[in-house]
Each structure stands twice: as structure tokens, then as C-alpha cells.
Design a protein around this ligand. Structure first.
Ligand SMILES: Cc1ncc(C[n+]2csc(CCOP(=O)(O)OP(=O)(O)O)c2C)c(N)n1
Ligand SMILES: [Mg+2]
Length: 377
């Protein structure tokens, strides 16, 4: 990519020299990357980690756990044991791929659809269920202490990611912030402002746009007439790249390269991962009202898990009994997490006052005391 927005013109304005009446002052290109085709066959050379079963099989295991956890969470909501829940069905490769590319000390700022990344980084399934069950203590992670809570307001965490990355830069601590956000989020002012400041301050931040083609009922086509979402980085003066978001090897490699550059002080990057939301937007939605069944069934043929399974099976890294053992193990883990979630004692009512103010104003303090009396009773 080359993007030299305005530099030649500016120089000529200053020196008073203009060679022609019209000239091209900026050009750019957006790369698209994929290593595995939808049937799991490698296209060309794989990155080094992609040739190592000890690196690739764990990605498959993590994606399987994510999918099984996700299905169980939907079932819990359907039976009244969880609040509204956003399924990540079909998007496991984006979440697991980006998390596998991150360092332990980096900071993840996720939306509500990166369950796979959270699990990879050590957030427990019980914590995720707690959060979606309405208990904010679910965001008090026992694992990645510095990762941010799930961000529900669209794109507001992009601004926070710039803040986190600024702190990292000022401290010279060679960590990066990774902000995952949706296709719809790239239409928000918060996103554009962040892209601008990230570029001009050369912040160590990587944006991963989880382009699942829909923002609730708004399609990608209705969202923007930009040809790619990756090119939105160009306006900020940094690189944008598209990857096949159903190819976990492509996601991990592209994000890893972007992280390496950001960590080395070369500034931000944006990776647009093309995937598809196979489920409803959330358990409160019915996507059949606004998209065709054929679109969804076509997308099932491109989903990320079968492709990876075919790839590892063809290399002899995976077989039927491995698969059965994995399913059994994941089921046990998910059920243990659900059982633990059921036994978490509810928060006291007074908790709603506890993290708002350092010193509670008198009016709220008296309300707190009233509630605290009710709690005791
Ligand atoms: C600031 C703000 N405006 C509106 C909403 C309502 N809302 C919830 S999800 C969503 C769509 C987001 O789409 P996208 O960014 O593509 O993420 P996806 O849900 O597809 O993962 C909207 C508009 C919100 N949560 N926050
Ligand atoms: Mg979307």
C-alpha cells in the first residue's frame, strides 16, 4: 500500500512550483489474504506456525469449545437461565485467531461477540455466563486482569483502545491494545476519530473488524458504499488489510504481523476479517425477518470449523476418535462451568451503588442505607 495523502501538493504549494494541472497525489491498495480454501485445502505456502500441529490443533480445540459453549449459552437463555445473549456461531476463527496472535500482557478490548478470544485469554466460561446473566462481577476476570469488559455500546471502546495504547506508548512498555469491533461499528464517529488519532500518534493499537455482514438487520451493503472496510484505515494514514475470517490461519497470521509492527513502534493497523453471523443477532432477534434462508445456507458451506478440521485430518493430525474425545471433554467443561454459574450467590442489592462514586452523595447514601436494611431483612 502506498498512501502519501497530499504531500506532493503541499510541497508544491509551499515552493510555488506546480508541474501539471492535474496529478495523482495518493494511491492505495488493499490486500486480501487466505491460506485455506473453504474445503480446507492450502492455497500456496502456509506461515510457519500453520505447518506445526502443536500450533494448529489447539486453535481447532479452542474453536470447538467456543462453539459448544455458545450453543449452551443460547439454550440457557431459551430456558430462562440467562439474559439476552449474542451468539458467535460461525465467527469462531476471528476470535480465536486474533487471541492466538496476542501476547499475554497485551490488552484486549472486545465487543460482545468475541467469546472465543476471551476464553483463549483465560476468561472463564462461568464469568462469561455471569456477565450475560446480569452479574457485572463476570467482568472481574480472574485471568487477563487488564483486558476490558465486553463493550455493548457500539464503537465506544475504540476511543478507549486509543487511550490504552497511548498509555503503553508513553510508558515504552512494548505492549499493544487490540480493539475488536463489528462492521457496523466502522460507521460510528468514535471509530473515525480513533482511526485519526491512532494514525497521527502512531499508537500501538490493532483494530480487528469482525465483518459478519450484518449490523442487526442492516446489511453490509446498506451500511457503507466503501468497497472494503479495511480502506477506512487509509484515511488515518496506516495500513488496512482484508483476510478470510473463516480461515483461522489467515486471521492469526495477519493479526500477528500487525501486532509485531505495532509493538516495534510502527503504528496501528486495521484487519478486516470477512466472516458471517450464522445465528440471529442476539436471542432477542429473528433474522428470518430480514435475510434469506439461502444466504445463510450458502454461508454454512464456508464456515470455519469444517475447513480447519478437513485441513488437520488430511495431514493426519486429527481423526474420528480425537474428535469424539474432544467433544466429550468440551461437554464436561461446559457443564462444569454452567453448574458453577448456578451456584454463584447473587450480589447484594447495595452493589448498584458501590462502583459509581468514590464518596457517595448524601441522597444516594440514604437510599443505600434503606436498601441495606432490606437486604438484612
Ligand atoms: C452506541 C450504540 N448504538 C446502537 C446500539 C444498538 N446496537 C446493538 S448491536 C448493533 C449493531 C452492531 O453491528 P456490528 O458493529 O456489525 O456488530 P455485530 O452485532 O454484527 O457483531 C446496534 C446498532 C448500541 N449497542 N450502541
Ligand atoms: Mg456485524
Amino acid at each position: 500500500m502506498t498512501a502519501v495523502a497530499g504531500s506532493n501538493v503541499t510541497r508544491e504549494l509551499i515552493t510555488g512550483r506546480q508541474t501539471t494541472t492535474e496529478q495523482t497525489v495518493a494511491t492505495f491498495q488493499i490486500r486480501y489474504r487466505r491460506y485455506l480454501d473453504p474445503s480446507g485445502k492450502p492455497i500456496g505456502d502456509l506461515p510457519e506456525f500453520g505447518r506445526n500441529p502443536n500450533e494448529v490443533v489447539p486453535l481447532y480445540k479452542a474453536m470447538t469449545l467456543t462453539r459448544m459453549f455458545d450453543a449452551r449459552a443460547v439454550a440457557l437463555q431459551r430456558t430462562g437461565r440467562l439474559g439476552t445473549y449474542p451468539s458467535c456461531l460461525g465467527q469462531e476463527a476471528v476470535a480465536v485467531g486474533l487471541a492466538a496472535a496476542m501476547g499475554e500482557d497485551d490488552v484486549l478490548l472486545p465487543t460482545y461477540r468475541e467469546q472465543g478470544a476471551q476464553l483463549w485469554r483465560g476468561v472463564t466460561m462461568t464469568e462469561i455466563l455471569q456477565f450475560w446473566g446480569g452479574d457485572e462481577r463476570g467482568s472481574h476476570y480472574t485471568g487477563p486482569r487488564r483486558d476490558f469488559p465486553v463493550c455493548i455500546p457500539i464503537a465506544s471502546h475504540a476511543v478507549q483502545a486509543a487511550g490504552v495504547a497511548t498509555a503503553m506508548k508513553l510508558r515504552h512498555d512494548h505492549r499493544i491494545a487490540l480493539c475488536a469491533l463489528g462492521d457496523g461499528a466502522t460507521s460510528k464517529g468514535d471509530f473515525f476519530e480513533t482511526v485519526n488519532v491512532a494514525g497521527v500518534w502512531k499508537l500501538p493499537v490493532v483494530f480487528v473488524v469482525n465483518n459478519n455482514q450484518w449490523a442487526i438487520s442492516v446489511s453490509r451493503q446498506a451500511q457503507t458504499s466503501a468497497e472494503t472496510l479495511a480502506q477506512k484505515a487509509i484515511a488515518g494514514g496506516f495500513e488496512g488489510e482484508q483476510v478470510d475470517g473463516n480461515d483461522v490461519i489467515a486471521v492469526r497470521q495477519a493479526v500477528a504481523e500487525a501486532i509485531e509492527r505495532a509493538r516495534a513502534g510502527q503504528g496501528p493497523a486495521l484487519i478486516e476479517a470477512l466472516t458471517y453471523r450464522l445465528a440471529d443477532h442476539t436471542t432477542a432477534d429473528d433474522a428470518r425477518r430480514y435475510r434469506a434462508e439461502e444466504e445463510v445456507s450458502t454461508q454454512w458451506s464456508r464456515e470455519p470449523m469444517r475447513r480447519l478440521r478437513s485441513f488437520i485430518a488430511a495431514l493426519g493430525w486429527w481423526n474420528k476418535s480425537d474428535e469424539e474425545a474432544l467433544i466429550r471433554k468440551c461437554k464436561e467443561k461446559v457443564e462444569a462451568a454452567v453448574a458453577a454459574y448456578f451456584t454463584v450467590p447473587p450480589e447484594p442489592l447495595t452493589a448498584i451503588f458501590d462502583h459509581l462514586y468514590e464518596n457517595l452523595p448524601a441522597t444516594l447514601d440514604s437510599q443505600r442505607q434503606t436498601i441495606s436494611g432490606e437486604d438484612d431483612g
